[in-house]
Design a protein around this ligand. Structure first.
Ligand code: EPU
Length: 427
């Protein structure tokens, strides 16, 4: 077990380079199963979710060659049993993208119910609805999701909720289905557009990604390709919020500013000064932090994956902010951790009332999930004193070299190994 030990307060200053987008990479890597030939993927983030996906591919017989720190060649010429067992699927949500790709490639797939962050119930009914509309038979048995189809046929599918995962999974299943598939009420996140661009670079015919309606003409063959993943919108946003929260001045490089519009708008309202460049944004703050109300929504709304980080910032703003979670049922579990640091936050269902305090104080806390971990890390850098964050494996699932990147910006973050206590000693 490892933990972060942070001494605060610090003011983050300097430059940080954003890595490739986790949520694009976790869709694109399973999509290599659809290629006849090798795929070279560039700008892959070096995070544990990606390591798990490569383990899954290797376990099925694919060859994964690391060409350099952020480039990998995947050869899926041989794929054996289309099964992803619990031991591998339980670490991450995106393991279920293997369903869409294996169904297309092998006409059947069995994938254990996926893991990932705990935000309450995380249904997969829209994935199943999409697969079934394409002609698959889908069942859940002993914790395994099983899908099987003699042939996938294009269909007209309307999603009842806007779902990133269902949009991606059904795209993956439809890309070689016979005929035309029309997906309506699709998610529009940047990683959906990135996946469509990747598939099109393999010879697919996917149009409309980034809008509500995606139209897919099924093709017979997808070939290998070389593709570079977009920068991570949420990693960029996290460093932007960290800069503003600590009263710093940071140039966040390798970003697509268009993807950051909703975050920029809220940070400016909170008192940050933001300058946009072609592929970078500079975030600086001198004055006080001000209250801001926000509600998370599917893209282009304010991203739910930035909600905990912004709440950490607002817990130090003057005035009372209202933060409403519009995507997940239960994404305020981390608030208890911020309260240990002196934050005054009341949660009622999907609404948090954040009464800003002038200064947080260091405390022992946990990273209850990935973005919750980023939030307590931001709070710790702004807080006075020492904060110890446990369960940092959640943070490392999604942020490449976060301790090193923050250290370069002037933070005092150390990673320590915590010896496992024997049960008796712990009692
Ligand atoms: N939903 C359903 N039925 C479904 C699928 C989803 O009702 O079949 C509901 C969910 O319960 C939720 C809403 O639809 O209320 C949105 O869920 P979505 O399917 O969009 O989420 P996801 O695909 O499971 C991805 C990201 C999450 C991010 C959400 C929302 C990946 C691997 N994960 O999850 O990212 O919070 O979209 O933007 O892409 C993170 O990176 O920290 C993270 C959790």
């Amino acid at each position: 077990m490892e933990k972060f030990i942070i001494e605060g307060p610090t003011r983050l200053c300097g430059e940080v380079t954003v890595s490739g987008a986790k949520n694009a990479a976790v869709a694109i890597i399973p999509a290599t199963i659809l290629a006849q030939g090798k795929c070279v993927i560039e700008n892959i983030p070096n995070i544990s979710d990606i390591t798990v996906l490569f383990k899954i591919l290797r376990a099925m017989g694919a060859t994964v060659r690391v060409l350099n720190r952020s480039t990998v060649e995947v050869d899926t010429t041989y794929i054996g049993e289309p099964v992803v067992p619990y031991e591998l699927a339980r670490y991450m949500r995106a393991s279920y993208y293997m369903l869409g790709t294996l169904l297309t490639r092998c006409n059947r797939a069995s994938v254990s119910m996926p893991g990932g962050c705990n935000f309450g119930v995380r249904p997969i009914d829209q994935h199943m609805k999409g697969f079934e509309a394409l002609g698959a038979h889908v069942s859940i048995d002993s914790g395994m999701i099983n899908a099987q189809a003699d042939m996938l046929l294009g269909a007209h599918i309307y999603f009842d909720v806007v779902s990133v995962g269902a949009t991606i999974n059904v795209m993956l299943a439809a890309v070689k289905a016979k005929g035309i598939t029309i997906l309506e009420n699709c998610a529009k996140e940047p990683h959906i557009v990135d996946l469509a661009n990747f598939l099109n670079s393999m010879g697919a015919d996917v149009r409309g990604a980034g809008t509500d309606v995606i139209k897919i003409h099924g093709v017979d063959i997808l070939h290998g390709t070389t593709y570079s993943i977009i920068p991570d919108q949420i990693e960029a946003g996290t460093y932007m919020v960290a800069a503003a929260a600590t009263g710093g001045d940071v140039l966040v490089k390798n970003v697509i500013p268009k993807h950051l519009e909703s975050i920029i708008e809220k940070l400016e309202k909170a008192g940050a000064v933001i300058t946009e460049y072609d592929d970078a944004v500079r975030v600086a703050r001198d004055g006080e932090l001000s209250k801001v109300n926000l509600k998370t929504m599917p893209h282009p709304g304010f991203p739910t994956d930035m909600q905990p980080q912004m709440t950490a910032l607002l817990s130090m703003a003057s005035g009372t902010s209202i933060v409403t979670e519009g995507v997940w049922d239960n994404r305020f579990r981390y608030v208890d951790e911020l309260r240990r640091m002196g934050a005054l936050i009341q949660v009622d269902g999907k609404v948090a009332v954040v009464e800003g305090v002038p200064q947080l104080t260091g405390a022992p806390v946990r990273a209850v999930d990935l973005r919750a971990g980023a939030a307590v890390l931001i709070a710790a850098m702004a807080a006075k004193g020492t904060t110890e964050i446990e369960d940092i494996e959640h943070i490392e699932r999604g942020y490449e070299d976060i301790a090193d990147k923050l250290t370069v910006l002037g933070a005092n973050v150390k990673k320590m190994i915590v010896p496992e206590k024997p049960l008796q000693a712990a009692l």
